[in-house]
Design a protein around this ligand. Sequence first.
Ligand SMILES: [Zn+2]
Length: 155
Amino acid sequence: MPKFAATHSLNDYPKITISNYKKSLDNAPAETIKLNYFYLGQQYRYQISITETPCHYGGKRHWFNCPQCGRRASTLYCHGRYVCRQCLGLHYKSQLIQPLDRLFSRVSKIRVRLQWQQGIAYGHGNKPKGMHKTTFARLVNEHDEIVNRIVEKML
Ligand SMILES: [Zn+2]
């Protein structure tokens, strides 16, 4: 996910790494790790399951199972719950896409009022018959402002 990495560093998120738990897991093998913490004022209490794989040189390697997708991960990132970096990326992407959808639907509504063809690629149309000049100017302004925001987000 290069786009995600470029705009938001993984270091921005609280994280847990399996190596921090290695000693206690070696001493007392466990199938889960219990978490209990506050994040943005909300309490989170749940368990993350652990997988073991054998190492080449003997011993075992431990992994978290991502609570969201179940993939093995050595590091989990917090956005409320702890998830693997793939899930964090998806979460981040969906946050980015939702506002974009909203902007598109606002533009689409304005274009309906203006009786312009749908699709920002078609640019401006004419003033609809019977529409007041000031109403037309206000709608065009609003339209252009939202289009600018869409273009910024899509770059
Ligand atoms: Zn995941």
